[in-house]
Design a protein around this ligand. Structure first.
Ligand code: ADP
Ligand code: ADP
Length: 228
C-alpha cells in the first residue's frame, strides 16, 4: 500500500530531515509514528502527501511511484489520503453537517449522494445528534470527531492523524482512539504521529520511531519507549 525506498529529504538550507528511510505499510495497518520534535515526522507526512518531493529515493502509494503522478492527477491522488490535525481546522461558520458536506462538494458529489453519505458518516462517529450545531457549540472531542468525519467521508484509503489527541483530555483522547480504531477495522490504513505515550503503550500497535531523520525502531505491537 505504502512503500518508502531509501528516502532522503534535504531541505533548501541543507537540513537533512530524513535519511535513507525504508518502510512498508500494508493496507489496513494502524501505525504510530513517534519521535522527538525535529525527528522528521512532519517531513515524512509531507512527502507522503506529495506536498514535498524527496531529494533521493522513491515513494509508492497503491503500487504507484508518486513522483510520476502528473500535475493533473494530483487532486485525485490527494483524495486517497486524508489528514486530521491537533487543532481540528473546522469551518466555524458551517454546521457539523455542512462541514462534512463541504468535503463532498469540493469533489463535486451530487446533493443526493451528500444527503445519503453525510448522515451515515456522522452516525459512524457518534455525532448524529449534533448535525445542526456549530463547531463553537461542541466539546473538543466532538470537534475532533467532526474532523474525522470530514476526513473519511470520501472513503480515503489512507488516513494520516497528526497529533490528533494533542488538545484533548485523556478520557476524550481515548474516545477518539476508539473511533480511529473502528475506521482502521474497515480497512483504512492509519498513520498517527503522536507524543501520547499512554495511548501508544496501551494500544499495542505497530510503532515506527524516528530519530534525527532515521528509523531507529519498527516494532509490531510496540511501545512508546523514549523520553520526550
Ligand atoms: P518533526 O515533525 O518530527 O518535529 P520535522 O519533519 O518537522 O520533524 O523536521 C525535521 C527537520 O527538518 C528539523 O530539523 C526541522 O527544523 C527541519 N525542517 C522542517 N521543515 C523544514 C523546511 N521547510 N525548511 C528547512 N528545514 C525544515
Ligand atoms: P479493541 O476492541 O481492539 O480492544 P478498542 O477501541 O476497544 O479496541 O480499544 C483500543 C485499546 O484501547 C484497547 O487496548 C483498550 O483496552 C484501550 N482503551 C480503550 N478505552 C480506554 C480507556 N478509557 N483507558 C485506557 N485504555 C483504554
Amino acid at each position: 500500500m505504502i512503500e518508502f525506498q531509501n528516502v532522503t529529504k534535504i531541505y533548501d538550507k541543507g537540513v537533512q530531515a530524513l535519511t535513507n528511510v525504508n518502510l512498508k505499510i500494508e493496507k489496513g495497518e494502524f501505525i504510530f509514528l513517534v519521535g522527538a520534535s525535529g525527528a522528521g515526522k512532519s517531513t515524512f507526512i509531507k512527502l507522503l502527501l506529495k506536498e514535498q518531493d524527496p531529494t533521493n529515493g522513491k515513494i509508492y502509494v497503491g503500487g504507484q511511484d508518486i513522483s510520476e503522478i502528473s500535475r493533473r492527477k494530483i487532486p485525485f491522488f490527494r483524495r486517497s489520503i486524508s489528514v486530521i490535525f491537533q487543532d481540528f481546522r473546522l469551518l466555524p461558520n458551517k454546521t457539523v453537517f455542512e462541514n462534512v458536506a463541504f468535503a463532498m462538494e469540493v469533489i463535486e458529489a451530487s446533493s443526493k449522494e451528500i444527503r445519503r453519505q453525510v448522515p451515515m458518516i456522522l452516525s459512524m462517529v457518534g455525532l448524529s445528534e449534533r448535525a445542526s450545531q456549530y463547531p463553537h457549540e461542541l466539546s473538543g472531542g466532538e470537534r475532533q470527531r467532526v474532523s474525522i468525519a470530514r476526513a473519511i467521508v470520501n472513503n480515503p484509503s489512507i488516513l494520516i492523524a497528526d497529533e490528533p489527541t494533542g488538545n484533548l483530555d485523556p478520557e476524550t483522547a481515548w474516545e477518539i482512539m476508539k473511533v480511529l480504531k473502528s475506521i482502521s477495522r474497515r480497512g483504512t490504513t492509519i498513520i498517527m504521529a503522536t507524543h501520547a505515550k499512554d495511548i501508544v503503550d496501551v494500544m499495542q500497535q505497530r510503532v515506527v520511531a524516528l530519530e534525527k531523520g532515521r528509523i531507529v525502531r519498527d516494532e509490531q505491537r510496540g511501545a512508546y519507549d523514549y523520553e520526550n
